[in-house]
Design a protein around this ligand. Structure first.
Ligand code: PLP
Length: 410
């Protein structure tokens, strides 16, 4: 029943294929700049000290059990996640205009939002039931939205010449999209480019989205990880909420807690300050519960318990902020080191974008051919689009990598 005419061979996932190739490589100098997971200066996974502390507390708890969580997840986790992403003094939280559901990390939150939109989003103009994502965007976005039957289009974002944001082209594209379109936005640390709008640019983006009555969907996978400041990285979402938008948020705790495999995340629906807000929240909540029940029944408990302990305890929270500064600080140092080494070597091209970009990734501007040479000749693994995970660099390999880049661009 499942011959190749009905089930053709699918392509291997690019990212996980890259990891497998890296693991097979026996060269002692090999460098993994593929996957977006934090590594310490010894290229090893890093368990955040605050996560270790929370883990010990959890294990000591004599009442800990393995019961199901409620359908919408651990209440103390979802309420703290809400405050983190909307801001503790958010007008939306005060007015109880935020509805939150714990999900399978950020991917699950994007999926739940996509599924909700596919079932319930009904713009007056039917042609507006389209998701506009940045060009480029996280590779998984496309399949998450199209798998639930939503059409995807893109808006210009990254200017290849300047390796920076092409704001004018982005605004023009949002302006010409059918009124009421779904606009997918990366809240901070844009993946894969590392290019974020400034606050002034965000205001212009918000204005066009408001004028055109588009519907914003924020994907936030790196709060606190980009700049080291939770508030700064959450600014765009806070601003949109202050402007009274109805919007969706997918929130991941994979990177900022280093809880990748524990799948801790949250989906938030925020409605505007209308008199019918409570009614909207109740109806939307009831439908999200039905979707959640049919998809995963209820979310996994362990990662959410760890994050919840930290988010709800002042001392642990302060330790977490310290850990976030450690991770983001090391990445920022590596950006400086890489740019410095390339400039020292006189490597052809401009390298200022390496320090101007932010977060886990840098879009180097290297071509697919150069990326191929880096892999074949230098055992450096990165995606074909020239993206590198800054977390894969450390004081021991940054010079090697700079020399490798130098050799392939000459
Ligand atoms: N969205 C973006 C833009 C990402 O970069 C990621 C992780 O790479 C995610 C969402 C979701 O990741 P996870 O499902 O591990 O939380």
């Amino acid at each position: 029943a499942f011959g190749p005419e009905v089930v053709p061979q699918g392509p291997e996932d690019v990212m996980f294929g890259l990891i497998a190739a890296y693991r097979r490589d026996q060269d002692p100098n090999k460098v993994d700049l593929g996957i977006g997971a934090y590594r310490d200066n010894n290229a090893k996974p890093w368990v955040l000290p605050v996560v270790k502390q929370a883990d010990e507390l959890l294990r000591k708890d004599p009442n800990l059990n393995h019961e199901y969580l409620p359908i919408a997840g651990l209440p103390e986790f979802t309420s703290a996640s809400q405050q983190l992403i909307c801001g503790a003094n958010s007008p939306a939280i005060k007015d109880k205009r935020v509805l939150s559901v714990q999900t399978i990390s950020g991917t699950g939150a994007v999926h739940l939002g996509a599924l909700f939109l596919s079932k319930f989003y009904s713009p007056a103009n039917k042609e507006a039931k389209v998701v506009y994502a940045s060009a480029p965007t996280w590779a998984n976005h496309n399949q998450i939205f199209t798998n639930v039957g939503l059409e995807m289009k893109s808006y210009p974002y990254f200017n290849k010449k300047t390796c920076a944001l092409d704001l004018d082209a982005m605004l023009a594209s949002l302006n010409s999209a059918p009124s009421g379109s779904i606009i997918l936005l990366h809240a901070c640390a844009h993946n894969p480019t590392g290019v974020d709008p400034t606050q002034e640019q965000w205001k212009k983006i918000a204005q066009v989205i408001k004028d055109k009555q588009h519907f914003p969907f924020f994907d936030c996978a790196y709060q606190g990880f980009a700049s080291g400041s939770l508030a700064k990285d959450g600014w765009a979402i806070n601003y949109f909420i202050e402007q009274g938008f109805e919007l969706l948020i997918a929130q991941s705790f994979a990177k900022n807690f280093g809880l990748y495999g524990e799948r801790a995340g949250c989906f938030h629906f925020v409605t505007g300050p209308a008199s019918s807000a409570q009614d909207t929240i109740a109806r939307v909540g009831s439908q999200l519960a039905i979707l959640q029940r049919s998809e995963i029944s209820n979310p996994p408990a362990y990662g959410a318990r760890i994050a919840s302990l930290v988010l709800n305890d002042k001392a642990l929270f302060a330790q977490w902020e310290e850990d976030l500064r450690t991770m983001s600080g090391r990445i920022i140092e590596m950006r400086k080191a890489l740019r410095g080494k390339l400039e020292q070597l006189g490597t052809p091209g401009e390298w200022n974008h390496i320090t101007e970009q932010i977060g886990m990734f840098s879009f180097t501007g290297l071509s697919e051919e150069q990326v191929g040479k880096l892999r074949d000749q230098w055992h450096v693994y990165m995606t074909k689009n020239g993206r590198i995970s800054m977390a894969g660099l450390n004081t021991k390999n940054v010079e090697y990598f700079a020399k490798a880049v130098d050799s392939v661009v000459r």
